[in-house]
Design a protein around this ligand. Structure first.
Ligand code: HEC
Ligand code: HEC
Ligand code: HEC
Length: 100
């Protein structure tokens, strides 16, 4: 009887560890820092792509370009933002924008 209880306890602990690890993997999308862009870009109209829908008075890019938390695929926006900050001397470290 006692041996069996120990065995169940062991299985539960393993299951718990798997659950925790699973969450860490799923939460792999690195969160952005607060005001990740305005540290370098004071005037957002300058970084707005030339072909872009009218945004009116809304300025913060991420107020519209919010990633879908259930979907960890890169968006067109994240792909574009990563690309422009990887080019030559504009290369930025990940931690400039993300908090890991
Ligand atoms: C550490 C400084 C820094 C940070 C932080 C930063 N950028 Fe940039 N970014 C640059 C530099 C340098 C360039 C290239 C020079 C330029 O065009 O101003 C650039 C270029 C761009 C461009 C291309 C502009 C063009 O003329 O085509 C876009 C779009 C852009 N950044 C958006 C963003 C967004 C959105 C964020 C926040 C998620 C961000 N940047 C954060 C430094 C930064
Ligand atoms: C009011 C909402 C809004 C704001 C604010 C906004 N955008 Fe957009 N952006 C859009 C829409 C709508 C599109 C069209 C493509 C789409 O449907 O996702 C788009 C497209 C883009 C694209 C082409 C890639 C893509 O996702 O299709 C880039 C790059 C982009 N925006 C950059 C920016 C930057 C940089 C800023 C901040 C300076 C910004 N946007 C602010 C709504 C917005
Ligand atoms: C100029 C700022 C900036 C830099 C530098 C940057 N990122 Fe991002 N990253 C973004 C933005 C903006 C998004 C889209 C918004 C979001 O997902 O919260 C994003 C999204 C992501 C995502 C999830 C969506 C996707 O595109 O896959 C991953 C993963 C990621 N970044 C990894 C990285 C890594 C790794 C580096 C360093 C090599 C890096 N980023 C450097 C701004 C940046």
């Amino acid at each position: 009887m006692l041996v069996r209880q120990k065995k169940f306890m062991f299985i539960r602990v393993i299951m718990l560890i798997c659950l925790l690890l699973g969450n860490v993997v799923l939460a792999a999308e690195p969160p952005l820092k607060e005001n990740a862009c305005c540290a370098c870009h004071k005037d957002y109209s300058k970084i707005m792509p030339k072909k872009h829908p009218e945004v009116g008075s809304v300025k913060a890019c991420l107020s519209c370009h919010t990633p879908d938390p259930a979907d960890h695929e890169p968006t067109n926006f994240s792909t574009e933002i990563h690309k422009v900050h990887k080019a030559g001397k504009n290369e930025l470290k990940c931690a400039v924008c993300h908090s890991f």
